[in-house]
Design a binder for this molecule. Structure first.
Ligand code: DC
Length: 720
C-alpha cells in the first residue's frame, strides 16, 4: 500500500493571537522516532506486525511508503497499521525512494538498504538535499556497502548499493541516534557482531524495538554512554502502541508555562530518560511541571473532545523489551489494554509513558548543555521559555542545530529577536535574554491582570511579531507558542505548511486548548468567465488554504428549486428553500439535501435560473450567513463570488477583483451561449441586492491574455 504522498495540507501563513489563557488536556501525535523504527523493524519481522498510534506526519508517511517500496505489505486503517514482511520479502526498490523532508527516513533506510543486494536511491526535498549524510555513509562503507552522495559531506540523493556486510565496531564522533540505528539495522544483515559505542546515550528506540522483536541484541550502559551489539538473527513481528511524542508535547508544556493563567495536561507521552531532559531544564527554570508516570490512558482516546491525535497509551501484557533495552511493557497499562491493536492481540508500549501537567508561573534563566537534550529537538520551544524568563539563558554546544531542517540556530535567534527578547550567537552557544514575561519589570503586582490594561499598555512580556519559519516545522510551532505568549495582538507566521511533516493537527489542538489562530481570508470577485474559479483554486493550493465557491451555493439552490418545480421567480418559495436546505459546497462534491449536484448545477437550465435566485435578498441573507460560518469554521480561506469583498467579508485580508475582455470571457464559458453570459453579468451587476461591483479597496486584475501562474503570482505578491 502507498499513501501516495497525499501530504496533509496546512496553511502557509497563520495568524496567532495572544491574550487568551490555555487550558484542558490533549494528546500529541505518536512519537515520530518510534514510529519510523516500528515500521522498519515491522518490515523485518517474519510475519505481520501491528502498530497503533503511529505518527500521522508526512515524515513517517515517507517511511511507510518506503518500506512498502522495499517489499513489505503495509495497510493503514486509520487506527492500526499492519506491516507484513520478513527478510526474504525485502528487496531493492524499483525506483528512487522519496524521503521528502525526513532525515530520519533517509538515514535509517540507508542502513536497511545496505543489507540487500541491488541499488537503492534515496532522494529528498530541497531542504533534505542540503543535509549531510556522511556520518551514516562512513560506517556503512566500512561494513562493505557502497554508499555515494554529492560532495565531501555526501549530500542526497544517496545511492546505496547493498552487499554482503561484515560486522564492525563503530564509535561515532558525534552521538547520533540516527547513525546508531542505521548501523544496527545494517548489522542485522552482517556477518559476525556489529557494535556501536556512543559516548552519550541517545534515544534508544531502535534497541527497544529490536529487543521486542527478539533480535540478538545486547545493551550495556557505561557511564553517560552506551554500547549496543547486534548479530544477524530472524526477527519476530512486533505489536506496539506508539506513545505520544515528547518533542511535540514540549510545545504545549512550554506554552502552559509561558502563557499567563494557563494550565495544560498532555497525556500519554513517552517518558524515557533520553527524551525528557527538557522537563528537567524547565523545572530548573522554576516551571511548575509534573510528570505522572504509568498514568492510565485508554487506547485511541482523543484529546478530550475529539481533537486528539488518537495515539493511545494502553498496553496489554505484551513481552518486555529484554536485554537491557529500557522498554517497560506494562507501563501505562490502562483501560485500553483489552482493545489492543487488533481484537485479542496484546500490544506493548515502547518505553515509559507519562501524563505531563504544566502551569503558568515565573521562570528564571539557566544554563542548558546540549547533552541534556540529545537531538536538540526541544531547543526551539525551550528558547521561547528562555525568552519569557528573567535573566539570560545560555544554550551551550548548539552547533548541530545548524544542520537541522533549517539553520535552526539562526532561526531560533531570529524568532527570539522578533518576539521582543534578545538573542546572541557566540560560537556554538546561543544566549537568550528574556523579557521576564508578566513577572518582569512590572513585577508580580503588574501580573494581577497578566495581560495588562487591555490595550497592552501594562504588558511586559513578548510582543507580537512576524516570523518566517522557512518551512521548518519546529520553528513554526515554536513561533506559535511565542505568539500565544505575546501580549494582545496577532503574530504572523509564514512557512507554516512544514508543520504537516510532523503534526498535522497542531492548529486544531491549539484551538482545542483555547488559543486563537486564523488564516488569511482572500476574497476573489468578478464576472462569469473572468477566471475566478481557476485562479482561486490555484491561490488556495499555493497557500494551503481551503476554498469556497459561493456561486456553487447559489447554483445549488437554483437546481433544487427547478428540481422541486418551484419557479425561480417565486421569491418567497425559493427563499424558504434556501433557508431550510442543507448545503455542502464541497470540495469534492456540491451536495444539497443529500443530492450530489456537482455536475447538475452547471447545466444551461441552471445558468438561466440562477440570476433570479441570486437577486433574491432573502436567499442572499441565508447564504451569506453560511459563507461567514464556513470562514469561521476554517479560520479563513479563499472565497470566490460576486459580493465577497463588498458584503460578505468587508474586512478580508486581501480583496481581488478579476475581469477579462467580454469576448475572452465568452470564449472561456463556451458551454454557455455568449448572450447568456452577457445577460447574467448584466443581471448580476444591476440587481438591487449586493450587485457585482468592485470593492473600493480591491485590487483589479485583467486576466485577458495572462497565464494563470502570472495572475496567481501577482496575487501572492500582494500578500507579502
Ligand atoms: O460564479 P458562478 O457563475 O458559478 O455563479 C453563479 C451565479 O451566482 C452568478 O450568476 C451570480 C451568482 N452569485 C452571486 O450573486 N453572488 C455570489 N457571491 C456568487 C455567485
Amino acid at each position: 500500500m502507498s499513501s501516495g504522498h497525499d501530504r496533509p495540507v496546512l496553511p502557509e501563513t497563520v495568524l496567532v493571537a495572544g491574550g487568551a489563557p490555555l487550558g484542558g488536556e490533549l494528546r500529541v501525535p505518536g512519537d515520530k522516532s518510534i514510529s519510523h523504527r516500528a515500521l522498519i523493524v515491522g518490515a523485518l519481522g517474519e510475519g505481520t506486525s501491528l502498530v497503533r498510534g503511529l505518527s500521522d506526519g508526512d515524515d513517517v508517511r515517507r517511511t511507510l511508503d518506503a518500506v512498502a517500496a522495499l517489499g513489505a505489505e503495509v495497510h493503514d486503517d486509520g487506527e492500526v497499521v499492519t506491516v507484513t514482511g520478513g527478510r526474504s520479502f525485502l528487496h531493492a526498490p524499483l525506483g528512487p525512494v522519496d524521503c521528502g523532508n525526513s532525515g530520519t527516513s533517509m538515514r535509517l533506510l540507508a542502513g536497511l538498504a545496505a543489507g540487500f543486494a541491488g541499488v537503492t536511491v534515496l532522494v529528498g526535498d530541497a531542504s533534505l538535499s542540503a543535509r549531510p549524510m556522511d556520518r551514516v555513509a562512513a560506517p556503512l562503507r566500512a561494513m562493505g556497502a557502497k554508499v555515494t552522495g554529492n560532495g565531501l559531506r555526501c549530500l542526497p540523493p544517496l545511492t546505496v548499493n547493498g552487499a554482503s556486510l561484515e560486522g564492525i565496531t563503530w564509535a561515532p564522533e558525534v552521538a547520533s541516534a540516527q547513525v546508531k540505528s542505521a548501523v544496527l539495522l545494517a548489522g542485522l544483515f552482517a556477518a559476525g557482531e556489529t557494535s556501536v559505542r556512543e559516548q552519550l546515550r541517545t534515544r534508544p528506540h531502535t534497541e527497544e524495538l529490536l529487543a521486542l522483536a527478539d533480535a540478538d541484541i545486547e545493551v550495556a550502559d557505561e557511564g553517560a554512554g552506551r554500547t549496543v551489539r547486534v548479530r544477524s538473527s530472524p526477527l519476530r513481528p512486533i505489536h506496539v502502541v506508539v506513545p505520544g511524542d515528547p518533542s511535540q508535547a514540549a510545545f504545549w508544556i512550554v506554552a502552559a508555562c509561558v502563557v499567563p493563567k494557563s494550565a495544560l495536561r498532555v497525556r500519554g507521552v513517552y517518558a524515557g530518560e533520553t527524551r525528557t531532559g527538557f522537563l528537567s531544564v524547565l523545572r530548573r527554570m522554576g516551571a511548575r511541571v509534573r510528570l505522572d508516570e504509568g498514568a492510565p490512558g485508554p487506547a485511541g482516546e482523543g484529546a478530550g473532545d475529539g481533537a486528539g491525535a488518537g495515539a493511545g497509551t494502553g498496553v496489554g501484557d505484551g513481552d518486555g523489551a529484554g536485554a537491557g533495552a529500557r522498554a517497560r511493557a506494562g507501563a501505562g497499562a490502562g483501560a485500553g489494554a483489552g482493545a489492543g491493536a487488533r481484537r485479542g492481540t496484546a500490544c506493548s508500549s515502547v518505553g515509559a509513558v507519562a501524563d505531563v501537567t504544566a502551569q503558568w508561573g515565573p521562570l528564571s534563566a539557566t544554563v542548558i548543555d546540549a547533552s541534556e537534550i540529545p537531538s536538540l529537538d526541544e531547543v526551539p520551544a525551550l528558547a521561547v521559555a528562555a525568552a519569557c524568563a528573567v535573566g539570560t539563558t545560555r544554550f551551550v554546544g548548539m552547533g548541530e542545530l545548524r544542520v537541522k531542517e533549517s539553520d535552526r540556530l539562526r532561526a531560533v535567534a531570529r524568532l527570539v529577536d522578533a518576539a521582543g527578547a534578545r538573542a546572541r550567537i557566540e560560537g556554538d552557544d546561543l544566549l537568550v535574554e528574556g523579557v521576564g514575561g508578566a513577572w518582569g519589570a512590572g513585577g508580580l503586582a503588574g501580573a494581577g491582570d497578566a495581560w495588562g490594561a487591555g490595550d497592552g499598555g501594562g504588558w511586559k512580556g513578548l510582543r507580537h511579531f512576524r516570523f518566517d519559519s522557512e518551512g521548518d516545522h519546529r520553528m513554526a510551532m515554536a513561533a506559535a507558542v511565542a505568539a500565544l505568549a505575546a501580549g494582545p495582538g496577532e503574530s504572523r507566521i509564514d512557512g507554516f505548511g512544514g508543520v504537516a511533516t510532523s503534526y498535522p493537527a497542531f492548529l486544531a489542538h491549539l484551538r482545542h486548548v483555547g488559543g486563537h489562530a486564523r488564516v488569511q481570508l482572500i476574497a476573489i470577485d468578478g464576472p462569469a468567465g473572468s477566471g475566478k474559479s481557476t485562479v482561486s483554486r490555484a491561490v488556495a493550493e499555493r497557500l494551503g488554504l481551503e476554498r469556497l465557491d459561493t456561486g456553487a451555493m447559489y447554483r445549488a439552490v437554483a437546481w433544487a428549486a427547478l428540481d422541486r418545480g418551484i419557479d425561480p421567480q417565486d421569491a418567497p418559495s425559493v427563499a424558504e428553500l434556501a433557508h431550510e436546505a442543507l448545503i455542502d459546497p464541497g470540495p469534492p462534491d456540491v451536495v444539497i439535501d443529500g443530492a450530489v449536484v456537482t455536475g447538475a448545477i452547471r447545466t444551461a437550465e441552471v445558468n438561466r435560473a440562477v440570476s433570479a435566485v441570486a437577486a433574491n435578498p432573502s436567499v442572499r441573507a441565508a447564504l451569506v450567513e453560511r459563507q461567514r460560518a464556513w470562514a469561521a469554521a476554517h479560520g479563513g480561506g479563499v472565497v470566490e463570488g460576486r459580493d465577497i469583498g463588498t458584503v460578505v467579508f468587508p474586512d478580508a485580508d486581501l480583496k481581488v477583483f478579476l475581469t477579462a475582455a467580454a469576448d475572452e470571457r465568452a470564449r472561456r464559458r463556451r458551454d454557455e451561449p455568449s448572450d447568456g453570459v452577457a445577460r447574467r453579468d448584466e443581471l448580476d451587476s444591476t440587481r438591487a441586492a449586493s450587485p457585482l461591483v468592485q470593492a473600493e479597496d480591491a485590487r483589479l486584475i485583467d486576466t485577458t491574455c495572462r497565464s494563470v501562474e502570472e495572475v496567481v503570482d501577482e496575487i501572492l505578491s500582494w500578500l507579502r
